[in-house]
Design a protein around this ligand. Sequence first.
Ligand code: PMP
Length: 363
Amino acid sequence: MTERVINFNAGPAALPLPALQRARDEFLDYRGSGMSIMEHSHRGKDYEAVHEEAIALLRGLLDVPEDFHVLFLQGGASQAFATVPMNFLLPGGTADYVITGGWSEKALDEAKLLGSPRVAANTYAGGRSTRVPAQSELSLDPTASYLHFTTNNTLEGTQFHAFPDGHGVPLVGDMSSDFLWRPMDVRPFGLIYAGAQKNLGPSGVIIFLIRKDFLATARKDIPKIFRFGVHADNNSLYNTPPTFAVYMVRNVLAWMRDVGGLAALEAANRQKAGILYGALDTASEFYRCPVEPGSRSVMNVVFRLPTEALEDRFVSEAKKAGMVGLKGHRSVGGIRVSMYNAIPPAAVQTLVDFMTDFAKRSG
Ligand code: PMP
């Protein structure tokens, strides 16, 4: 087998090897059917079994109550930025947005095209953010249709470790980069959305959890293809779903179950964060993490080196040592280490050993 690198990409990102191997093993002949799962009809029994298994695995892992729909749709989180307000920002109504980074700002921009959203808090200025707001900083409108926030800011390396309290206003969470990193209570949420290409599978499918009483408030006078109610009524089969992407998500969810579920993944994710932030905090001044300790992301860790030239050299030498995907997002710069569920603690230890050596040689 060819050597696999340690892949710290932010998304599309590393996937668990057993999920990829399973796809490889059944790629040409899915369970004796003589064709690939992606050549099967989305209305046939083989695909239907995959679809149902993916939903059941997700429900089981996250303990999703029956009063939530689980949907697999296309369009990515960027489309959700628009479809969420299309459905739930009612005429004459309002919605609250917490702005913590580039993605939440993009979500707000789409909502502005459709109504009059409010900014409930803003910790993002000049393209930078080093923390998420505390509950006491939120200015909430009790009449808002929903309170939207980005649970993990992929670009800035910040994360909500306690979710905002909407005081009865349903929460809407963009969990694209930290969905299923640990067990959580979904019930305060009216809607959760997460593009798959970080913790869950390939790009091309986005997962929605939508509480039924929240869905009941959605508009019904928008095009059918954008109506969450239409997709819910049809179990995500109103039109052709991204079948191969859903199949891969099924493989990843089965792997999550097999390694012990979300509690086991949380322990591994906290261990990885401990290894990397521990190294950043003890590594003299050479590596600097700009994010405030209480807001540090367990999924995406950002840090700087003394100069951009050293950052470039760090990225290229790491690549030679078998580690890719470490360059920070072009809007933020520096180094970004994305360590989603598929990255084992040993990979982060390998990176930290490299960092120690690099600092010694360059400091
Ligand atoms: N929200 C967050 C938090 C993200 O990290 C991203 C980037 N993957 C997006 C939204 C946009 O996702 P997409 O490119 O799938 O539309």
